[in-house]
Design a protein around this ligand. Structure first.
Ligand SMILES: *[C@@H]1O[C@H](CO)[C@@H](O)[C@H](O)[C@H]1NC(C)=O
Ligand SMILES: *[C@@H]1O[C@H](CO)[C@@H](O)[C@H](O)[C@H]1NC(C)=O
Ligand SMILES: *[C@@H]1O[C@H](CO)[C@@H](O)[C@H](O)[C@H]1NC(C)=O
Ligand SMILES: *[C@@H]1O[C@H](CO)[C@@H](O)[C@H](O)[C@H]1NC(C)=O
Ligand SMILES: *[C@@H]1O[C@H](CO)[C@@H](O)[C@H](O)[C@H]1NC(C)=O
Length: 357
């Protein structure tokens, strides 16, 4: 990735990121709670959720209130609160209005979605279950892998039922062929499927003796592939133990308390004086999406020239091997694709790395 800038010296971002992660207090570095799955959630949040879910699950069918002569409310063992009319038909049920969590036997349907901050888990118009970042400035789908087609993601468009459900054994199956199992498959374990506030969808199991939830499946193992995490111009770096946001050189955090607001430029790009524009190199970095144009087999200098001659262009993504040149109008969803020892790099990153230098 090459970013357009004013007259500045070339800096190598990678060293800077690593330094920032270790030394700069402004960088968000949070340890993962479990070895396999990353989590960017505060303990406070988890505590609150734990309380809520426990409450729901421990409920028994004890209360059957008469609201009026013809209606009744029942809290089922599954956690579903059901309002029925005199004939026993369901008028409303809490399972139909989830917030950020699905319980076993609670389906996701064409009429329901999970919401957490700017993130959503929902059936799209093409019948496929997706995760989307729907923020104030941009919205973009990051799961399943947006660089692959539906078949390579092992899904299908052609079942319009739009229905998915987790069963009591910990097996999730949906009409678009999304299927996964809890790593601790079996009955008698309390589970929840939650869209966390970092945009990852995770399946949790409750450990009865400790009262703690552990992650038994997650949609993305590399949370840097989640869009919107580090905001505009921000770059996500995922190491074995942490995920960090950082700003490119000559950029600074737009709001020191909130990475979602990204980074702001400390310089102006004067489009009237293209001769004065230079580029700084950000090795192994990509900003997903917002390509103005893609050109094949062009030399690096020509690629830079394409950007300089377009006032909307903020940088280029260039592949030295194939000469593919992407000009970018917006720098969002930035991440560093460097492979670190012990880090799981999902196939999506493998694929993208062929276009990344
Ligand atoms: C469509 O999905 C539903 C729900 O998962 C399933 O019961 C049904 O068999 C599927 N239909 C086809 C044709 O695969
Ligand atoms: C989940 O486990 C069942 C066996 O209980 C197996 O048939 C199925 O293929 C598994 N699904 C996945 C996605 O591994
Ligand atoms: C955990 O507790 C729940 C509710 O008290 C119980 O139904 C379940 O059997 C327990 N599971 C295990 C594995 O002990
Ligand atoms: C629950 O947690 C305890 C303490 O960490 C651990 O020893 C036990 O194996 C856990 N149980 C399950 C079913 O994972
Ligand atoms: C995109 O690039 C190609 C050459 O690679 C050029 O012919 C075309 O005009 C460009 N399109 C836009 C919209 O700039």
């Amino acid at each position: 990735m090459w970013l357009l800038q004013g007259r500045f010296q070339c800096l190598h971002l990678l060293n800077l990121v690593l330094q920032l992660c270790k030394q700069d207090e402004g960088v968000v570095c949070q340890p993962r709670p479990s070895r396999e799955w990353p989590l960017l959630e505060s303990h406070h949040d988890q505590g609150r959720k734990l309380g809520a879910h426990r409450h729901r699950w421990r409920s028994r069918v004890e209360h059957q209130h008469e609201l009026n002569p013809s209606r009744s409310v029942e809290l089922l063992n599954s956690g579903n609160l059901v309002v029925k009319d005199g004939q026993g038909s369901v008028l409303w049920q809490s399972f139909g209005s989830p917030t950020d969590t699905l319980l076993p036997t609670q389906p996701i349907t064409k009429n329901s979605m999970l919401v957490s901050g700017y993130y959503r888990f929902y059936f799209d118009n093409d019948n496929v279950l997706k995760l989307i970042y729907d923020g104030p400035e941009i919205s973009s789908i990051y799961w399943p892998d947006p660089d692959k087609d539906v078949w390579n993601n092992l899904r299908t468009y052609y079942n319009s039922t739009r229905y998915g459900v987790l069963d009591e054994k910990g097996e999730f199956i949906a009409s678009d062929r999304l299927a996964f199992n809890a790593s601790d498959m079996g009955i008698g374990i309390l589970r929840r499927l939650t869209l966390d506030n970092d945009g990852n969808l995770r399946l949790y199991s409750l450990n009865n003796s400790t009262g703690l939830w552990s992650v038994t499946w997650a949609a993305l193992s590399n949370i840097c592939l989640i869009h919107g995490l580090c905001g505009k111009n921000g770059i996500c770096l995922y190491t074995e133990s942490e995920a960090c946001c950082s700003c490119p050189p000559n950029f600074e955090m737009a709001d020191a308390s909130d990475w979602r607001k990204g980074c702001k430029r400390n310089f102006n790009i004067n489009c009237d004086k293209p001769d004065e524009l230079t580029f700084m190199e950000l090795p192994k970095t990509d900003f997903w999406g917002f390509d103005i144009n893609v050109s094949n087999k062009v030399p690096l200098d020509s690629c830079k020239q394409l950007c300089v001659s377009d006032c909307n262009c903020l940088g280029i993504h260039y592949n030295c091997g194939t000469g593919k040149c992407y000009t970018k109008s917006l720098l969002f969803n930035g991440y560093n694709i460097r492979k670190l020892v012990g880090t799981t790099v999902p196939s999506s990153s493998e694929r993208r790395s062929d276009s990344g230098q």
